[in-house]
Design a protein around this ligand. Structure first.
Ligand code: FES
Length: 256
């Protein structure tokens, strides 16, 4: 079930020139949310009457009743959103989409969570939920440079963290799929979110090694509810909407 909520901004933290972490709350308990789900956040004050931006759910803090959104400043909408201040009201439709699959029995479950750029955002909540379920997630996070690797401290609380940067400023130089961790491993599940070329190569690696894999697609979205069809992805069941049927897909379904 999705809700249209007027949330109150509790914090807007600038993580680095291009990213902010916005925390929001409401008087009532927030709805249940699954890792991988997203919200459509309304951006007020733009030229059109309003527009919404899909932003993945980064984390839900049950103790403080806050939901976290990691926002990358990519265009006018997100730049506008990044200016919200404590106390501002933001209209949010959530939770949308499906979530990542967490098995009931996690004995012998060895998940690897691969995130690239702002695609690391849903990996935090997923890591938290996996840890709660009783397994120890391993993270492989990639970005252009060390300053684009966000929330590392949060990830380190949950499991081992490996990094790659394109400029070599942190971790191994290159892309996540070239990391030495992948040479010799016993992972039996890979979850990934990030730029499409990265996810395609992660999916290829998983396929080649017989590892189960779920990807969270970030196709262009507008309506967020399956009405405009601008987010379709080709699957073994034909065209599916990433916003409604996804954003999480098992790679077996995708025609990559
Ligand atoms: Fe409109 Fe998916 S964003 S159908």
């Amino acid at each position: 079930k999705k809700y249209i909520l007027d949330l109150v901004v509790t914090q807007n933290i600038k993580l680095h020139a291009n990213y902010v972490l916005i925390k929001m709350t409401q008087a009532n308990p927030l709805p249940e949310m699954l890792p991988g789900q997203f919200a459509e956040i309304r951006i007020d004050g733009s030229n059109t009457t309003f527009l919404r931006r899909p932003i993945s759910i980064n984390y839900v803090d049950k103790k403080t009743n806050e939901v976290w959104f990691l926002v990358q400043l990519v265009g006018d909408g997100t730049r506008k959103l990044a200016t919200v201040k404590q106390g501002d009201i933001v209209n949010v439709v959530m939770p949308l989409g499906n979530g990542f699959t967490i098995p009931k029995d996690v004995t012998a479950f060895k998940p690897l969570l691969v995130g690239g750029g702002v695609g690391t955002a849903p990996m935090l909540m997923l890591g938290v939920e996996l840890a709660k379920a009783g397994c120890k997630p391993t993270f492989l996070l990639g970005a252009r440079s060390s300053k684009d690797l966000l929330q590392l401290k949060e990830f380190e609380k949950l499991g081992e963290v490996y990094t790659t940067t394109e400029d070599g400023s942190m971790g191994e130089q290159g892309y996540v799929t070239g990391h030495s961790l992948l040479n010799n491993n016993s992972f039996n599940m890979i979850y990934t979110c990030g730029p499409k070329p990265m996810m395609v190569s992660v999916a290829k690696y998983a396929k080649a090694n017989g590892i189960e894999c779920e990807v969270s697609l970030e196709n262009m979205m507008a309506c967020g509810v399956g009405a405009c069809l601008c987010c379709v992805e080709n699957t073994d069941e034909g065209h599916l909407c990433v916003c409604k049927d996804g954003p999480v897909f098992n790679i077996k379904k995708l025609l990559w």
